[in-house]
Design a protein around this ligand. Structure first.
Ligand code: FAD
Length: 284
């Protein structure tokens, strides 16, 4: 199938992109890497009148290390994260996760901003944003605002971005001393979307976990902070009893939807298995 007809404008800068969004309202869509939007058009699931191509706005690209955070431009591609020496040093879990996104051809074009704005419940970056307590900068013709990842993902492909807003940057807090993180996902084949995946992020001091954040993907209609499991692990040494309590809380935390191959019960079971592996990694 081919995409329905649409007009195309390349925005030279963020101001121009926002002005085009204002002028065309709900009939326009931002085009970043095109790795999700173009297939959607080809399948005629979406029929915008105008595509606003932001892919050449250099200011939206790149990874910059600040005093307390790493700032990732929305147009930074998955492959740029995969190859970033700064992230490998400071947030290696993100580098590891990037390697699990689709295949190299898609990682060469797809962007972190596109993934977060799309909010696919099975995607890696939205869950990473929750686990690492990231914040986002959104820009519009009215100015800029900061949004927390917690509360940003509202439902299936639904976010807190307002009409007329462009996601500009993603802010990753630098880990504190003793910061530990782990990532894992279970897939049928390499490159597939995960059946279940998770990020665990915590501080480890004196053999005890604190500030535990656990985010799952692929197991609900949106990425999920597993609040019950987080509470069960907080202050513990990640021992068998704590882990068993955390696993038991997943039933209330997650709301898996059966797919062609996996029932709800299977997804819940796999999420518990994954949690055990990731907590063990924190102590490795
Ligand atoms: C076969 C296949 C397998 C894939 N597997 C995975 C996978 O395993 N894991 C995974 O996470 N992803 C996967 N993807 C999706 C891929 O990672 C996309 O690149 C990503 O989801 C969207 O990024 P993009 O830059 O291509 O965005 P686009 O496709 O250009 O845009 C996606 C949506 O976000 C909006 N948007 C884009 N950028 C912005 C912005 N800065 N501000 C506001 N709105 C914006 C667009 O209007 C559109 O609605 C897969 C894709 C394909 C085709």
């Amino acid at each position: 199938m081919k995409a329905p007809p649409f007009a195309y404008r390349r925005a030279e800068n963020l101001t121009a992109a926002c002005a085009l969004l204002d002028a065309h309202g709900g009939n326009a869509r931002i085009l970043a890497g095109g790795q999700s939007l173009i297939p959607t058009l080809n399948l005629r699931l979406s029929q915008p009148e105008l595509l606003i191509d932001i892919s050449q706005i250099a200011d939206l690209r790149g990874i910059r290390v600040g005093a307390n955070e790493v700032v990732i431009g929305a147009l930074t591609r998955h492959v740029d994260i995969e190859r970033s020496a700064d992230l490998a040093r400071l947030c290696p879990t993100l580098v590891e996760a990037a390697r699990h996104i689709a295949h190299p051809a898609i990682r060469n074009r797809g962007t972190i901003g596109g993934s977060i704005a799309l909010a696919d419940p099975a995607a890696e970056w939205p869950a990473a944003a929750l686990a690492f307590n990231m914040t986002f900068t959104a820009a519009s013709s009215k100015g800029e605002r900061t949004l927390s990842a917690t509360g940003f993902f509202k439902g299936l492909y639904e976010t807190a971005l307002e009409p007329g807003e462009v996601l500009k940057s993603i802010h990753v807090p630098l880990p504190a001393a003793g910061g530990k993180a782990a990532f894992g996902e279970l897939t049928r084949r390499s490159g597939d979307y995960a059946i279940a995946g998770a990020f665990v992020n915590a501080n480890l001091s004196g053999g005890r976990l604190s500030g535990v954040r656990i985010a799952f993907f692929g197991v609900a209609t949106q990425p999920v902070l597993a609040v019950g499991a987080m509470q069960a692990l907080e202050g513990t040494g990640g021992d068998a009893a704590a882990l068993s309590a955390a696993r038991a809380r997943l039933e209330a935390d997650l709301d898996p939807i059966a797919d062609l191959y996996n029932s709800r019960a299977t997804k819940l079971h796999l999420s518990g298995v994954l949690l055990g592996r990731l907590v063990a990694k924190l102590f490795a």
